[in-house]
Design a binder for this molecule. Structure first.
Ligand code: SF4
Ligand code: SF4
Length: 302
């Protein structure tokens, strides 16, 4: 049946000479398992085989009834053949994913673009469903919160239909974002203006941050922002240096004083705002560093 896709249930029933109801049940099972993606156009549902290894990883990896042996196979793939895919992704004209800034970290957040402002994205969503982070579920390299990835609107409908998501209200989504910011997790998603989901990533398991940090693959673009430290306000506690997953902050002595202060190296900063949210004396802010048209209208197809 998979070889005949894309097709509607009727087209499959006709070509396979099997009852359409049986075909429909089989397709729904494959949708739940993450091998087949339904698309509705002009009130007609067509079914597509997953279009890429990444889509297959994300959709099937999150289907827990597949069992531990199946999850272990994805983990083995991540540790071996996956790096071939990283080399392919690196050849894309822009990085596949982009970091999003925590809105509470941005100075003058009211000037944020609606498609980069997580609070605005949450407020504007018709439906929100939270799903488990597929990277942490499969890799199990850290103990950070698992049920934090947000899906919006059609993506939320799809997660609920598959039974892999839980519907949440906007205030619950904002609370998840707040908790993730305190855990030092980095908001990220596809590098385009249309936001269908939001991940909260860690350096240990994330399919993009881990290879970028460990091997230097260019898979993530920074947000439009960068961190700026008020060195008069900084007390040298070093929390920000420890929390930054991109090694963008170093503690340095100033010429006039023996005490150390945080210094941001802008070329390494991804503008996530984790340092800002966790600074005990509010000595860091995120300021715009790139123009609005830095965000591509359409992200790269993967
Ligand atoms: S967290 Fe704040 S106070 Fe601590 S070193 Fe960083 S900027 Fe300074
Ligand atoms: S310095 Fe590090 S933690 Fe702070 S915004 Fe930049 S990348 Fe994020």
């Amino acid at each position: 049946m998979l070889l005949l896709l894309p097709a509607t249930t009727k087209e499959l029933a006709d070509s396979m000479k099997i009852d359409e109801g049986i075909i429909g049940e089989g397709l729904e099972d494959l949708v739940r398992k993450g091998l087949v993606i339904p698309r509705i156009k002009d009130k007609k549902t067509s079914y597509f085989f997953v279009r890429s290894t990444l889509q297959f990883h994300d959709s099937s990896g999150i289907y827990e009834p597949a069992g531990e042996e199946f999850q272990e196979l994805w983990k083995q793939w991540r540790e071996t053949e996956f790096y071939e895919l990283c080399r392919e992704w690196e050849r894309m004209p822009v990085p596949l994913m982009r970091v999003f800034p925590y809105p509470q970290a941005v100075k003058n957040a009211f000037r944020m673009l609606p498609h980069e402002d997580l609070n605005a994205i949450i407020a504007g969503a018709r439906k929100i469903a939270v799903v488990k982070c597929v990277c942490r579920l499969l890799m199990k390299h850290c103990q950070r919160p698992l049920e934090v990835c947000m899906t919006f609107d059609a993506a939320a409908d799809f997660a609920l239909r598959r039974g892999v998501g839980k519907a949440i209200h906007a205030d619950e989504a904002r609370e998840i974002s707040r908790q993730c910011s305190q855990e030092g997790m980095v908001p990220s998603n596809m590098n385009g203006a249309r936001v269908t989901a939001m991940c909260f990533c860690c350096p240990d398991c994330c399919i993009f941050i881990q290879p970028q940090r460990q091997y230097g693959y260019r898979l993530l673009a920074p947000s439009r922002y960068e961190a700026v430290v008020d060195s008069d306000a900084c007390n040298g506690c070093q929390s920000c240096e420890a929390l930054c997953h991109f090694a963008a902050i170093q503690m340095e002595k100033s010429d006039s004083s023996e005490s150390i202060r945080a210094v941001v190296h802008p070329e390494k900063c991804y503008g996530c705002g984790v340092c800002v949210v966790n600074c005990p004396v509010e000595a860091i802010t995120l300021k715009p560093a790139r123009p609005p048209d830095y965000i591509p209208e359409f992200g790269p197809r993967y």
